[in-house]
Write a protein that binds this ligand. Structure first.
Ligand code: G3H
Length: 192
């Protein structure tokens, strides 16, 4: 592919409450990002006809809804499944499941939420997505922090076991352009 565009969903109601997982709507700030996105994309992609891939969760679909391109929803782009910890805050996880909280802190890449996934699991379920990106052009992906960390690490040639700590900010469009020996990165923060 020539370039790949990546974005997290706009801020969600769960982001505001500090809760993980779930299927919340975007907040009013997230909505402002959704509205700013078409201009942001145009400033970095010009007249290219992109194809937008989202997860199946409301916050990514809502974030992409003003982009006037073909869209595809992928279950494989859904956020890391946090199992029994879904819809809790980190404080609630620490209080209710202290052993899990500690185990995750000690090995975040391999820790698998009970009834859910690890980062390692996410990397494996993303393999078909990565293959599809590799043979496509002009793809823009609107997805979630954990998933974006894994996709970003892959294209930036960062070892996957470092992906759980990568910084992928909200309300920022990332454009990656793979070159022969490295990937060129540009970031476009939204002015919202
Ligand atoms: O809901 C999950 C977050 O997007 C990923 O955050 O893996 O750093 O807990 P974490």
């Amino acid at each position: 592919p020539r370039s790949i565009w990546l974005s997290r969903h706009g801020e969600s109601e769960f982001n505001l409450l500090g809760k993980i997982g779930g299927d919340a709507d975007i907040s009013s700030r997230g909505e402002a990002y959704a509205r700013a996105l078409p201009d942001l994309v145009r400033s970095s992609a010009g007249d290219l006809k992109l194809t937008i891939w989202t997860s199946t969760l409301k916050r990514t679909v809502q974030t992409a809804r003003f982009l006037k391109y073909d869209k595809l929803e992928w279950k494989a782009l859904d956020e890391i499944d946090s199992g029994i910890c879904d819809c809790l805050t980190y404080q609630e996880i620490e209080d209710q499941f202290p052993e899990d909280f500690k185990a995750r802190d000690e090995d975040k890449y391999n820790y698998r939420y009970r009834g859910g996934e690890s980062y390692r699991d996410v990397v494996i379920r993303l393999e078909p997505i990565i293959m599809e990106i590799e043979r496509s052009e002009n793809i823009m992906i609107v997805t979630h922090q954990a998933v974006l960390r894994c996709i970003y690490a892959y294209f930036m040639n960062v070892p996957q076991d470092q992906s759980p700590w990568m910084v992928v900010p909200l309300h920022t469009l990332i454009k990656l352009t793979p070159k022969a020996y490295s990937t060129h990165e540009e970031r476009f923060p939204a002015n919202i």
